[in-house]
Design a protein. Structure first.
Length: 399
């Protein structure tokens, strides 16, 4: 099945159409300039439920994802209760079953309560969790991570790591770069990320576990991953749209520019772009992390970490990477849809998303379906708008 490149393969319904959805066929017949892609897959989102439904719910988050062209997402475990046992994980699974309009695959936590002191009940969760992660926190203990990797390896499950050495943070909240220095902010050094990646890669070589690195932001991290892949280490990595099109020179005194890891320097952004072009970085994930307006209204120093991005990911990347010729459209679809599904074993099925690549619009968070509104892309003029998303042959979003 071909998508999104050779128009003869996907536009129209006559002559043996590849699409079984009547809604897609009708839409393409009426609008032959529209393009169809496989449903996007985001392996890193925060839908905040159970425990923090004032920020986002599985109902609102899945509909925001559908509006962004996503038909599959993996939800991170920083919830209440933390999914560190089958009983706790089941609470999230029950909500997913009733409220999600797309495929939602939850992570199980690596450690109990994400506290890094005791390994969670990985064995009990293995059949229900897409993988294991403590995202939001790095596992600080070498031995704890080694044991988690060994147990995950025995279960045939992947370790998905938020890499951050807490002793190197020193209260920082944006990148330790020129903006922080010139505006009197506390910085987060890049070593806090790449030092733990370096440790984990050593443990992956020792244990043989399948390993995936969350939200890569630093140039040193890219080089470590590149060298590890050359050695045959079983590692993949993601970065976010914001790290590819912005750096710390774009910061403003506003909480909507605060995320973890932070926007780093121009050289880091260039290294990330090189990494997606040469295959060092395998996929793009949004790290969609909604908060309340009050939590994001305290400036750079006082706001909570996290921005929303699942409704703007494709238009941002299409406008700023594909249209200027930095990245091919085919490569972008691999990064957003095919590569994450392949690595995480997530089937495509009858999942499509239809786009108008001629439509230009201005980002207005008031129009988001997500409950979170904090985005650094407010006011950006972008090209490419989702007009329909189909999951399991059913229309789950229509413009």
């Amino acid at each position: 099945m071909q998508y999104g490149m050779n128009k003869k393969q996907y536009i129209g319904c006559s002559g043996g159409s590849v699409f079984s959805s009547p809604a897609v066929c009708d839409l393409l017949s009426e609008n032959p300039s529209y393009v169809v892609f496989p449903g996007f897959c985001d392996v890193h989102v925060h839908f905040r439920e159970p425990g923090f439904s004032y920020k986002e719910t599985i109902f609102s988050g899945s509909r925001a994802a559908a509006r962004g062209g996503y038909t599959a997402v993996c939800t991170m475990p920083n919830l209440n209760p933390v999914p560190d046992s089958l009983e706790n994980l089941q609470k999230q699974l029950s909500i997913i079953e009733t409220d999600a309009c797309i495929h939602v695959y939850p992570y199980g936590a690596i450690t109990v309560g994400q506290k890094g002191q005791e390994i969670a009940d990985l064995e009990a969760m293995a059949d229900s969790a897409i993988a294991f992660s403590d995202d939001g926190k790095g596992v600080q203990s070498d031995e704890m991570m080694r044991q988690a990797m060994l147990r995950a390896k025995a279960l045939g499950k992947m370790i998905v790591a938020h890499c951050e050495v807490e002793s190197l943070l020193h209260g920082g909240y944006i990148h330790d770069g020129e903006y922080a220095k010139s505006h009197g902010h506390k910085g987060i050094c890049s070593e806090s990320e790449y030092a733990q990646i370096q440790r984990d890669l050593r443990l992956v070589e020792e244990t043989g576990v399948a390993y995936h690195i969350c939200h890569v932001s630093a140039k040193e991290s890219v080089e470590l991953i590149r060298k590890a892949k050359a050695r045959g280490v079983n590692v993949t990595a993601e970065t976010g749209p914001h790290y590819l099109v912005m750096d710390d020179s774009d910061l403003q005194e506003d909480g909507r520019f605060k995320m973890n890891p932070p926007l780093r320097g121009k050289e880091d952004r260039e290294a990330l772009l090189a990494g997606i072009l040469d295959g060092t970085i395998d996929m793009i994930a949004t790290d969609h992390a909604p908060h309340s307006a009050e939590e994001k209204g305290r400036g750079l120093s006082g706001s909570s970490f996290g921005i929303v991005g699942i409704e703007t990911a494709f238009p941002v990347l299409y406008t700023h990477l594909v249209k200027p010729g930095i990245l091919s459209l085919e490569k972008l679809i691999d990064l957003l849809a095919n590569n994450p599904r392949r690595r995480f074993g997530i089937p495509l099925g009858e999942d499509y998303t239809v786009w108008d690549l001629n439509k230009t619009f201005t980002v207005d968070p008031a129009e988001f379906l997500s409950m979170g509104k904090a985005t650094p892309f407010t006011g950006w003029e972008l090209t490419g708008e989702c007009v329909m998303t189909v999951c399991d042959g059913k229309v789950v979003y229509k413009r």
